[in-house]
Design a protein around this ligand. Structure first.
Ligand code: NAD
Ligand code: ZN
Length: 360
């Protein structure tokens, strides 16, 4: 048995208003005045002073606003890399991603593809990246995915949805400023927050659990319960704590794995484009059989926050469409093995998954 030698984010700042330190953090990392920093910013912040008037742009730095309406695609990464290369003579000094999981994943992937040949799709998988990425900084503006700490960047390619999992993927620097999350709409706050909650349940109930994952997962779960089941926190405390829950949830799955909800939600996302947070919620709502306690608490949180999940998203699908979703879900063997155990293939049949999808 060989244990994972997991790379972590090497530097992190936490605090309300810490975004103001970005300029000081970047200054020593500038290679020369012709080597720009590339800022990839969620276009929800276009014209919003919380980000746009505070960016420390200098020299040839490039600001690209990017929509988070769709999850990142390998072709989108390739197009961004080409645009950046064509805009500057020198290789950039670094990439700074400011947004949710969508933008953070794009920033990670772009920083890898600026130093590695070929197309992003060539690197979907495990440890295929050969050359270290350029310096990259992640600044989350919504909490839950754990993309700020993870070793992957989840991309949809021409034939699969799979991350670029590599030692070069994690950010060199993260800035955790909970103030940046003030504008998150309530539904989205819940969906992305539940991504964190589901990471905890799937990690803590999984067969891969170990003391490392458990210590982070329990802390993240405790924070999620404080935030989503009680009324004792101020808005600021809740923002601070959700940002830390996301971090710990990400650390927990780093050394274990996610489970049934993620496997099935990848199927929904691949076929229907359902986004990660809401997709996980739609799936998890029907997983009592696998996670009885976790689903019970999920339903009570959903009720408490008056969240109405879409119903019948699979109602009009054809058999071949169910087959596509089932193929994607079953392709994620480690997730099933973590959730069910080594004998998962005897328990999880195509018929069973179809029955579950039909309820969603
Ligand atoms: P997101 O980045 O897709 O953003 C969701 C919505 O919230 C968008 O409309 C965005 O514009 C908006 N938003 C973000 N911050 C805001 C703010 N401060 N104010 C107002 N609106 C704001 O959502 P997400 O749930 O954070 O990320 C989902 C993505 O993360 C998926 O692509 C998924 O595959 C990926 N993901 C990656 C990992 C990983 O380890 N790399 C883990 C989980 C999920
Ligand atoms: Zn997730």
């Amino acid at each position: 048995m060989s244990y994972k030698n997991y790379p972590m984010v090497s530097r992190v700042v936490f605090g309300r208003g810490s975004f103001n330190q970005l300029g000081d953090i970047l200054a020593p990392k500038r290679l020369n005045i012709k080597a720009p920093f590339i800022f990839l910013v969620d276009d929800v912040f276009k014209g919003d002073p919380i980000i746009s008037s505070r960016l420390p742009l200098a020299y040839d730095d490039q600001l690209l606003y990017i929509s988070a309406n769709n999850e990142p695609k390998t072709s989108q990464v390739d197009a961004l890399v080409e645009k950046i290369i064509l805009s500057h003579k020198d290789r950039p000094s670094g990439v700074i991603g400011i947004g949710g999981g969508t933008i953070l994943d794009l920033a990670k992937a772009v920083s890898i593809m600026l130093t590695n040949e070929g197309e992003a799709k060539d690197y979907q998988g495990w440890d295929l990246v050969k050359t270290p990425a350029i310096y990259h900084v992640g600044i989350p503006t919504i909490s839950g995915t754990g993309a700020e700490v993870s070793r992957t960047t989840v991309l949809t390619g021409p034939d699969k949805k799979l991350g670029i999992n590599s030692d070069f993927t994690p950010f060199d620097q993260v800035i955790l400023d909970p103030e940046l999350t003030v504008g998150v709409p309530k539904d989205q706050w819940f969906y992305t927050g539940m991504d964190c909650y589901i990471h905890c349940v799937e990690s803590l109930d999984g067969t891969y659990l170990n003391a490392f994952s458990q210590s982070y997962g329990e802390k993240a779960l405790e924070l999620c319960k404080e935030i989503f089941t009680q009324d004792i926190l101020s808005e600021k405390e809740a923002q601070d704590k959700l940002m830390m829950a996301s971090w710990h949830g990400g650390m927990s799955i780093a050394y274990s794995q996610v489970g049934v909800a993620h496997a099935m939600s990848y199927g929904l996302s691949y076929l229907l484009g359902t986004k990660h947070g809401i997709g996980n919620c739609i799936v998890f709502d029907h997983l009592e059989e696998f996670y009885p306690e976790g689903v019970k608490l999920f339903k009570s949180m959903k009720e408490k926050h008056k969240i109405e999940l879409p119903q019948g998203v699979c109602a009009n699908l054809h058999d071949d469409e169910f087959d596509i979703m089932i193929d994607v879900a079953l392709g994620l063997a480690p997730l099933w093995e973590n959730a069910i155990g080594k004998n998962w293939q005897q328990v999880i049949t195509r018929e069973k998954l179809k029955n579950l999808y039909q309820k969603m």
